[in-house]
Ligand binder design. Structure first.
Ligand SMILES: Cc1cc2nc3c(=O)[nH]c(=O)nc-3n(C[C@H](O)[C@H](O)[C@H](O)COP(=O)(O)OP(=O)(O)OC[C@H]3O[C@@H](n4cnc5c(N)ncnc54)[C@H](O)[C@@H]3O)c2cc1C
Length: 489
């Protein structure tokens, strides 16, 4: 009898489980939809299109609206403009930015600039060539050169004033007759029945206008106000960078970015012109010592300065005394888009990683290349739902570059921070020693983080190799101690 009932029990159980699974996932879906609608209602305005209002107010036949003309927006405007699109860029502030972000472009990013025809934007701005890293730990240092042998002699990293680079890209984009670059602040996205139709913005002279286009690309940066309706932003702030400019000093290794594995966390230096060196001091957590009370100057002089190479010590103290100290939160945010007809996110508004490895601009430029190639065969962008479906492949195609650079940035930041934990100390030392081995052991990881060879499989191979190397080091160390009659605790 029990045997006869068994199939029925199994079927009933399977059916019950399926029903529970369906109900749970449906509930989750409903909750996610509710969250999305709530988020949308904050940064999106509904519009009525019946009265024929769905037309650009001051620009006719615009194909693409770009919000923000930073690294991503300016490069994208030029790229789409060059491909013959009518582009309307709305940027909050068209004066030259003065920031401590986006000053070091990896060689992989430079290659993307070449692909986009923007490589001249790092010329005539006193940009410096960067040929690799110098890594410092406990007074020792090792040079990690970019494997550039196979590339044209022009290919290298570039470091510069961020504002000068952006201004060059903005000028180049605006020089195209089909690109309109306007100063204005976008207040909200305009939605009609789930499709983004354009934006509402405030012009320079305070007028509120609406602009319409079949595609709106939001590139409003790391503090994006508009992303919440287009993605699920899970922003993490593991640390802050404290930035200063060192003047009249020579770095120990010319034309190299310097990373000092300091305590509590890394310190970064690279030239940003022929006479200036950018120094970024990482401070873990979301709070930094107060600049106005003098706590920051004290921290920099007593905790940071003694860990620096002697060559930059005086210039560092002089920069602290000069007082032009700036801070920025270091954010990371995985890409988690809600594919939305009529709109797309790019740059930091879409995806962020710890800036230790200077990967942000390389990822943004690489994304622009992917998007350009996808859009190229499409003459008409007006069928928003079909375009949205088609552009879903963008999220897959960008992954090899973006996820390699993002993962490595997060992992290296964790490993390069000082820790009281013995295992983490061993890992940090193992990583430094592994990279010091040279050859493929330094060239591999460096070409991953620089975007020269952004292959996820190579990343996995090096993760394992460092772990095995670390265990081997410990094993040899313990053998050595045992042989000399000492014991490990
Ligand atoms: C401390 C720090 C250091 C970094 N260093 C490096 C580095 O050395 N190398 C590197 O590759 N990456 C670095 N990054 C990351 C890099 O800066 C970003 O990845 C890059 O700037 C992203 O470009 P973006 O165009 O998305 O944003 P941004 O360059 O910030 O541009 C956003 C633009 O949008 C405009 N905007 C904002 N809101 C609106 C609005 N409502 N309406 C109209 N316009 C608006 C802004 O004015 C701005 O011009 C660093 C990041 C940090 C935090």
């Amino acid at each position: 009898m029990a045997d006869q009932c068994m199939p029925g029990w199994i079927l009933a159980t399977l059916f019950g489980l399926s029903a529970i699974y369906y109900l749970v996932t449906k509930k989750k879906e409903q909750r996610a939809n509710k969250d999305l609608l709530e988020a949308r209602s904050e940064s999106v305005n509904s519009i009525a299109t019946t009265s024929g209002e769905c037309r650009s107010s001051n620009v006719s036949d615009v194909d693409v609206i770009i919000v923000g003309a930073g690294v991503a927006g300016a490069a994208l405007a030029h790229t789409l403009g060059k491909d013959g699109r009518q582009v309307h860029v709305i940027e909050r502030d068209l004066t030259e930015p003065d920031r401590i972000v986006g000053e070091f472009l990896q060689p992989g990013g430079y290659l993307k600039l070449i692909e986009l025809g923007l490589e001249d934007c790092v010329e005539k701005i006193d940009a410096q060539r960067v040929f690799g890293y110098a890594l410092f730990k406990d007074g020792k240092h090792t040079r990690l050169s970019y494997p550039l042998e196979k590339f044209h002699s022009n290919v290298a990293g570039r470091s510069f004033h961020n504002g000068r680079f952006i201004q060059r890209m903005r000028d180049k984009a605006a020089s195209l007759p089909n690109v309109q670059l306007e100063q204005g602040t976008v207040i909200s996205l305009l939605e009609d029945k789930g499709t983004i139709r354009g934006v509402q913005y405030k012009t320079k002279d305070g007028q509120e206008l609406k602009a319409f286009a079949p595609l709106t690309i939001v590139c409003d940066g790391c503090f994006s106000n508009l992303r919440r309706s287009l993605c699920n932003p899970k922003v993490d702030v593991p640390s802050c960078f404290v930035g200063m400019v060192l003047e009249n000093c020579q770095l120990p290794c010319a034309n190299h970015a310097h990373v000092i594995l300091g305590d509590p966390s890394p310190i970064l230096m690279y030239p940003i012109s022929s006479t200036e060196v950018r120094c970024l001091v990482d401070v873990p957590g979301q709070k930094v010592p107060s600049i106005s009370s003098g706590e920051m100057a004290k921290y920099l002089k007593t905790v940071v300065a003694p860990q620096l190479p002697p060559e930059v010590y005086d210039a560092f103290l002089a920069a602290v005394d000069k007082g032009n100290i700036r801070t920025m939160p270091n954010r990371s945010m995985p890409a988690a888009p809600y594919p939305t007809p009529g709109a797309l996110l790019m740059g930091d508004a879409f995806n962020m990683r710890h800036p230790l490895t200077g990967g942000g601009m390389t990822v943004a430029l690489s994304d622009i290349v992917v998007l350009r190639n996808l859009l190229r065969p499409l003459c008409n962008l007006n069928d928003a739902p079909t375009l949205c479906k088609y552009l879903e492949s963008f999220y897959t195609l960008r992954k090899p570059v973006a996820s390699t650079i993002n993962t490595l940035a997060g992992a290296l930041y964790k490993v390069f921070c000082a820790s009281p934990d013995q295992a983490m100390k061993e890992m940090r030392q193992a990583c430094f020693d592994y990279l010091s081995l040279g050859g493929v052991f330094s060239a591999g990881p460096v070409s991953l983080l620089s975007g020269l060879n952004p292959r996820p499989l190579s990343l996995v191979a090096h993760f394992f190799a460092v772990a095995i190397y670390g265990v081997g080091r410990l094993f040899c160390h313990s053998l050595h101690l045992n042989a000399s009659g000492l014991e490990l605790d």
